[in-house]
Design a protein. Structure first.
Ligand code: ARG
Length: 563
């Protein structure tokens, strides 16, 4: 209840022994709005004051300075405050309009770094819906970090190393062609990879060929390295097209290969603490003393090759050195839960004081029209196609609603991509959900376009008004705006809660709620009528637009002014 500073001030004056934070935590919303806007229960004071709660409430009301309220009354054991709605309204609108898009910004993080491991697709494969989730959730968490006063560092931990590149090099050299790869890089590389697996079913010796080429790659063979670098570069080009369409950038593209020469320190640290054990020729760390359910972490394979885990250990240490993070978040699907439990367990066995700052942020699975996707079988839904379809659907609706709009194609892109991103973020992070494009790209219902459309509608009212809002003199006496005002007031607290829970859906749900509340008001009132409340109403419209835009900004969804 961020708006209740007046209540806290009034209660503090009559209860000097109670800290304001204690008062705040006791405040409730009355069961019935007719009873008031804020209630303060006196039960817990009864013991200290050795009086009946009813009596305490009655006595306190006598002494409370009522001037800042419509009224304050004792109802049984409760003190019920009726806020001076006009005053709260004016204060709220002033606060929002003074901050503009910075509304909700706080300084909790004091500039500390937050490392975010996000997106992290595997090269030579199309980016999956899972990687899309990691990308957009990671981006929203980065924006939320910034809004809470931290400095986010967005890291794309590309899957650019592993035995599959040996297979790919073999396939390319044996039946591939440069022109074919150049024409359509990821699709072609994926085709070679799928073909390799098909052929290896009949010819298991192909696997040995693949392994041999990966060994060459690890040993720095120039031909192998050149092909790998080329596959990586072509893949990145395609990934970047998608990131550009989503408006997402990264601070680092250090992927798995980057850690090839940084793993000795991991092995050395484990040896120093006597944590490495041999098991069937491989080097492992027993984690049962941390958690009896955890299987051992594999550090080196039988052939001496290092692993995903070893690279992640090296990456964790590197990031601590490089960024001195306050938190290191890994936005990776729930299916890797055990991997991150193991990672944290090893870091804690190494007695690294920051092991607790490492957090896995899991998320649920997206199915596509009810189907799961599998890269190995080659039946993938390409993100590019999803974004193209969303664009087309958005354009169709714009053609219907606003055929004379100037830059339709640009807006359709913002609405289409925004719809896909918003839908992803609106669901609780760990929920699984199904993706049906027709439900996602709609201007009505719980969708991104609905929020965007509400904002555009607010902007259109402000244009029609033809006058600037006078922010120095805001006064609005209109009971119908109260729901919108209290919702606007919730935003700063929402921004905090969303960050602390690592849950962008809290912001998405807030935006939907604000849009709905405002539309209800809009449908029932004449905003542009020329009366003494006109400037106040326009201030409200501008504040709603600022707050919707700030919410969409956190989610990484654009807020077109017309659509
Ligand atoms: N490339 C991995 C995958 O697609 C995800 C990497 C996640 N990040 C990490 N540091 N392990 O499954």
């Amino acid at each position: 209840m961020a708006e209740h500073q007046t209540v806290i001030t009034a209660l503090s004056a009559v209860l000097p022994d109670l800290a304001p934070a204690d008062i705040t935590s006791k405040l409730e919303a009355p069961k019935d709005a007719k009873l008031g806007d804020v209630a303060f229960p006196t039960f817990t004071l009864a013991k200290v004051l050795k009086k009946a709660p009813q009596m305490i409430a009655a006595e306190l009301v006598e002494n409370i300075d009522q001037s800042a309220f419509e009224k304050v009354v004792a109802t049984g054991p409760y003190i019920n405050f009726f806020l001076d709605k006009k005053e709260v309204t004016a204060q709220t609108l002033k606060t929002v309009l003074a901050a503009g898009l910075d509304y909700g910004q706080n300084d909790d993080g004091k500039g500390a770094n937050i490392a975010l491991d996000m997106s992290s697709p595997n090269i030579a494969k199309p980016m999956s819906m899972g990687h899309l989730r990691s990308t957009v959730i990671g981006n929203a968490l980065a924006n939320l970090s910034a809004k809470n006063g931290y400095n986010p560092v967005k890291i794309n931990h590309l899957g650019d190393w592993g035995t599959q590149f040996g297979k790919l090099i073999y396939a390319y050299k044996t039946w591939g062609s440069e022109e074919e790869v150049k024409a359509d890089p990821i699709a072609t590389l994926l085709k070679y990879y799928v073909e390799f697996h098909d052929k290896a079913k009949e010819n298991p010796e192909l696997d040995d060929e693949g392994r041999a080429w990966f060994k060459k790659l690890e040993d720095g063979d120039p031909e192998a390295h050149k092909l790998w670098a080329w596959f990586r570069e072509e893949s990145l080009k395609e990934f970047t097209e998608i990131y550009d369409r989503l408006g997402i950038t990264f601070d680092s593209y250090n992927g798995e290969a980057f850690y090839n020469d940084k793993m000795d320190r991991v092995v050395k640290a484990l040896e120093d603490k006597d944590l490495l054990e041999e098991s069937q020729g491989a080097q492992i760390v027993d984690l049962s003393k941390v958690n009896e359910n955890l299987t051992p972490a594999m550090i080196k394979r039988t052939d001496g090759a290092t692993l995903y885990m070893t690279r992640d250990l090296a990456a964790a240490m590197y990031r601590k050195d490089e960024y001195n993070f306050a938190k290191s978040l890994y936005v990776v699907g729930g299916e890797q839960r055990e991997h991150f439990q193991q990672l944290k367990a090893v870091l804690s066995l190494l007695d690294l004081p920051w092991a607790d700052d490492v957090e896995h942020i899991p998320f649920g699975l997206i199915t596509f029209n009810g189907k799961k996707m599998s890269t190995r079988k080659g039946d993938v839904v390409l993100l590019k196609d999803v974004l193209d379809d969303a664009h087309e659907l958005a354009l169709k609706q714009i053609e219907e609603k606003n055929p004379t709009l100037a830059n339709k194609d640009q807006v359709a892109e913002e609405v289409g991509a925004g719809a896909v991103v918003f839908h992803d973020l609106m669901n609780d992070r760990t929920n699984n959900f199904d993706f049906k494009i027709e439900e996602v790209v709609r201007f009505e219902g719980d969708t991104g376009p609905y929020v965007q459309y509400t904002n555009a509608r607010a902007q259109s009212i402000l244009r029609k008004a033809g006058v600037e809002v006078d922010t120095s003199n805001i006064s609005l006496d209109d009971a119908a705006t109260w729901d919108t005002i209290t919702t606007l007031n919730e935003f700063p607290k929402t921004v905090r809660r969303a960050f602390l829970n690592r849950e962008p859906s809290i912001v998405a749900k807030f935006a939907l709620h604000l849009a709905r509340t405002f539309n209800k008001y809009y449908a029932n009132s004449k905003i542009l009528a020329d009366d003494e409340n006109k400037n106040g109403r326009l201030a409200l419209v501008a504040a709603v637009s600022d707050t919707l835009s700030a919410s969409l900004q956190i989610l990484g969804v654009s807020a077109p002014k017309e659509m």
